[in-house]
Design a protein around this ligand. Structure first.
Ligand code: HEM
Length: 156
């Protein structure tokens, strides 16, 4: 039961525009984190050390994450009851929390290294898997139908 009218509901354009902002800002956030991961995996950008690349990208990553969370909360406010019952949304939020904590602890320590190492490669793989799960969780929100037995409803 929602007492206050959500201003987003007043225009049919607000949700798609917000979703565009959500998608664009993930290129800043997940995109820049993936650049550091590929460098840790020795897959290109060898003119810079992982530490230098992290220094160059960390402000963009933070701006992207803030925009993701802000636009995501606005998207969420469109139908909070539906989203909290949506398995894909819940999995995405759990993975997002784990990915953010991992990014600013273990991943940061590995990226500050001057050299790439075996442990740095493992950290990069975990990071890519965590952020990949957030993205897949986001995409599958639209295909998961809360309350249906199977959960998946490809007809939506
Ligand atoms: C870095 C963090 C995030 C990433 C990478 C991410 C990624 C995505 C992706 C890929 C989509 C699918 C877009 C589409 O299919 O068009 C999406 C949709 C969505 N995200 Fe996020 N998201 C993030 C954070 C958040 C947060 C913090 C929230 C809310 C608290 C949120 C709420 C939503 C909602 C409600 C949708 C729309 C689902 C729908 O009804 O189609 N997201 N997100």
């Amino acid at each position: 039961m929602c007492l206050i009218e959500n201003p987003l509901a007043e225009s049919a354009l607000s949700f798609p525009i917000l979703e565009c902002i959500h998608i664009i800002s993930f290129s800043f956030s997940v995109g820049t984190i993936a650049l550091v991961d590929f460098r840790l995996l020795d897959l290109g950008m060898r003119r810079q050390t992982p530490a230098e690349l992290l220094k160059t990208t960390s402000a963009w990553t933070l701006i992207g994450l803030v925009l993701m969370i802000f636009s995501g909360l606005l998207l969420f406010s469109d139908d909070p009851e539906m989203y909290v019952q949506n398995g894909a949304f819940v999995i995405k939020m759990v993975c997002l929390l784990a990915a953010i904590v991992f990014n600013y602890t273990i991943h940061r320590r590995a990226a500050w290294s001057k050299e790439t190492s075996a442990s740095g490669k493992v950290v990069a793989c975990v990071s890519l898997a965590l952020w990949g799960s957030v993205v897949f969780g986001g995409i599958f929100i639209a295909f998961v139908n809360p309350g249906s037995g199977s959960g998946l409803d490809l007809g939506r």
